[in-house]
Design a protein around this ligand. Sequence first.
Ligand code: UD1
Ligand code: CA
Length: 461
Amino acid sequence: MNIGIILAAGEGKRMKSRHPKVLHKICGKPMISYVLEEATNANIEKKVVVVGHKKEELIAYLKETDSIIKEQPTGTNDPYGTAFAVMQAIDEVEDDDNVIILCADTPLITSLSLRNLIEYHKKTNSIATVLTTILEDPTGYGRIIRKSNGDLLKIVEQKDASEDERRVNEINSGIYCFNGKALKDSIKKIDNNNVQNEYYLTDAIEILNSLGLRVSAYKIDDFEEIIGVNSREQLAYASKIMQKRINRYHLDNGVTLVDPDSTYIEPNVSIGYDTIIFPGAEIESGSRIGENCIIRGITRISNSIIGDNCEIESTLIESSIVGNNCHIGPFAHLRPNCRLEDNVKIGNFVEIKNSSIGENSKAAHLSYVGDAEVGKNVNIGCGVVFVNYDGKNKYRSIVKDNAFIGSNSNLVAPVIVEEYGYIAAGSTITENVNEGDLSIARARQVNIQGWVKKKGLIKHK
Ligand code: UD1
Ligand code: CA
């Protein structure tokens, strides 16, 4: 069986965070989730995660996944290091397992490389295989030291390396495939005689080598896959690379990103052919956008479905469904649970919450539509407020097809405006409006002649 041991107990000191390092997000998802998913996609059937520092939050997260959790003690006198971490999961390992060691802080690794690593390991009959790459600047990483014939000899940590060794730019990714028995046997022999007084998993390579067993290095070209995240700077760097991958996927699928560097799209988003996305868009996981849409400005689309041929500008859309040929924005806000049918126009400074809007209806300016059911061909004038809350309870309003709500009206819910019900501008509607009626609900205007002059308020005439 392929079993993954995912190390996530480290302190992550350089992140300067109250949260576990591996829960920091890359494109909206905790970095550890990428490692778990790629492992699953590489046929790693069982995943054991070793947690330690700041473990509570991490355990709560992992309980929602299919992984097995092992705790590493993290008292001040407890041992430390990657070998000690692996030790905590060793009970889960059978002698003939392929054990794939992964670091939860190496989120860019792909299932393809993991499969290739396992293949290479098997093909070369190795007892342990290290995934390596070449870095222009290898600073901070363990160095791959080879024998004169090119075979792998050992791994030396930066802090323990000689000057010559530091010049080596082939580095240890921290990802390995071990034979189960070889891992169990060698890990017992690792000590902490090194600069950091840590139990280094990397020492297993030299130990197995000295027993005359075959250890190998499998080198990949794409160094980006093994970038470790130890600081906020590296988190930003890894996020950039992930974003590049995601955006590349959409570009390949017929989506125009006018400036991919400033378009933020999370994983698990689908976008149709010929949709054009201008810089500043943020499209969150789970969203689906149709074909031939135009998305402009600082727009965030979260967990929503957008139809074809829509134009959206500088707008926030949350957990909502938008039909085809809709115009939304600039500066509109669809709060959760809205449904717009086809050809709807939602204009400047309109907020809609928990409401449905029928075909061809419009709310073009400065309105609040909350808890409402709006029919087809309805015109909601400028500044209309659906008054849905009396301070204690929320109520729904119903506006039926072809109704016309004059500007600056208030609809005090619960209220029903029947088909072709017309409401005069400035009305405060507290009672239902019957089909085809005009409702005017405002004080009559009184003009008092000459009042200003009588009060002596005219200065220079
Ligand atoms: C490690 C490797 C180094 C490699 C680098 C790749 C060792 C000794 N060094 O160094 O050769 O180039 O990864 O990124 O293995 N962890 C625990 N418990 C511990 C210590 C660490 O679970 O007691 C976890 C960390 O949370 C992290 C992973 O192990 O996910 C790697 O630990 P880290 O301290 O980041 O190792 P590096 O110094 O980066
Ligand atoms: Ca690291």
